[in-house]
Design a protein. Structure first.
Length: 93
């Protein structure tokens, strides 16, 4: 097994986040604008769960569930967009 000298171990907080791999992508702003105001606000917020909880005045668990629902909604819009783009590529739309 070869050691990767560039590997940086994630912090404990990062290891516990289910959506560590989730990132906003180019073009997502257009999709985010289509989401509910609550989903837009939580997706555009930054910082740890604890910081967001303080900012929104809710429990950390509430932040986690709101982020989960907002990310799922955004993922569905991405799929719809990509499916429509594929149909256009093949003249099926």
């Amino acid at each position: 097994m070869e050691f990767d000298r560039n590997y940086i171990a994630p912090t404990k907080a990062a290891r516990n986040q289910k959506y560590l791999h989730f990132a906003l992508l180019p073009g997502d702003e257009i999709l985010i604008d289509q989401l509910s105001p609550e989903h837009q606000k939580i997706l555009r917020s930054e910082g740890s769960y604890e910081k967001r909880a303080d900012e929104f005045g809710v429990a950390v668990g509430t932040i986690r569930s709101r982020l989960h629902r907002a990310r799922e909604a955004l993922s569905r819009l991405r799929i719809e967009r990509d499916t429509d783009a594929s149909k256009d590529d093949f003249g099926l739309h």
